[in-house]
Design a protein around this ligand. Structure first.
Ligand SMILES: [Zn+2]
Length: 84
């Protein structure tokens, strides 16, 4: 028998070079954090570059080891959270 865990994650993209990033939605949507792109070093706001948000479900073994993950649903992105 296995346990389950959930994580709300956001997918966003560097406005300069187009590299995709994935991070916890709490960090992106709630904190509206700025990051520096690892490839082109441009600073940008993660929430303004949001392209998708999904709920992941993790399968966890009896001893707490992660066994796998799957997308449960795509969460709605409100208009002010998306780059127009
Ligand atoms: Zn970049």
């Amino acid at each position: 028998m296995s346990e389950k865990g959930w994580l709300d994650v956001s997918i966003f993209r560097c406005p300069e070079c187009g590299r995709f990033y994935v991070d916890a939605s709490g960090y992106v949507v709630e904190l509206e954090a700025d990051i520096e792109c690892g490839d082109c070093h441009r600073m940008f706001n993660t929430k303004r570059q949001l392209v998708d948000r999904v709920m992941l479900r993790f399968k966890i073994g009896e001893k707490g080891k992660m066994l796998g993950a799957e997308i449960v649903e795509h969460l709605p992105i409100s208009k002010d959270e998306r780059l127009v």
